[in-house]
Design a protein around this ligand. Sequence first.
Ligand code: CP
Length: 295
Amino acid sequence: MDMISMRDLDKKTIETIFERAENIEKFGYKERKGIITTAFFETSTRTKLSFQSAAKHMGMKVIDFVPETSSLVKGESFSDTIRMLDNYADAIIIRHPKDGSARLAAKLAKHPVINGGDGANEHPTQALIDIYTIKKEKGKITGLNISLFGDLGHARTMHSLLYGLAMSDVNLTLISPKGLEPNAEIIDEIKKEFKTEIVQKYEPDFTDADVIYVVRVQEERFADKYEAKKIKEQFKLELSDLKKAKSNVIVLHPLPKIDEISAEVDKSKHAKYFEQAANAVPVRIAILEYCMGME
Ligand code: CP
């Protein structure tokens, strides 16, 4: 079973993966046989290492494909490279800068392909970790008020997360700079498919939020660096913002974070992004079991 997009998953499958991850956290995991390969054509800390850690916890072997020292350098094609990885491993975890590359890899490979982020398109396993963390921290997901804050136009995790949250019946508030709202097609899609309640704001305001999900302002995408600097200052989460919010609001971030969250927030009871990153291991064990057809 491949995992390329949140749209490949239904509610029942997501619940099964979460139940399995919960059981893994409580009771540990089963020993499994097999080999996975991590094929990261783009930088990563969490996705690559947590998949490697998940596989090793399960007793599986990991082959790390390193583009810079591979025959890609001699000009071998992406397609032939995927065919070779498919010969040597039982599952391929891929990250690539081009939208659609994970889907192409899945078409070429006989073994499961898991999308660890393709261009600005999707990052479904991150969205599962995010939603799992919300459920774990708040005890439920349905009916929660979730504020997504920052550069919502460029973050690929948004494209998977918005769909996953809409499937989970939450109320969404989108707080972004003007022009950096999420892709309009995705908003139309989730409104139509799930009747999700969505409010758009352009100033930080977390009064009703149960969860604040922060993403980085991607300065590198701005032609006007002065404008980027101004927006970064305005779209930085400070402890004073949280003092005006619900006392039990939690703050999540897919990481890496740069300077969009103040160090004071890191030390507060609201910050749950390091726990969120730790949840990657049990959730990704459950994802590997699901995709590799392990009972
Ligand atoms: N959240 C996330 O995808 O982190 P990495 O880029 O470090 O994998």
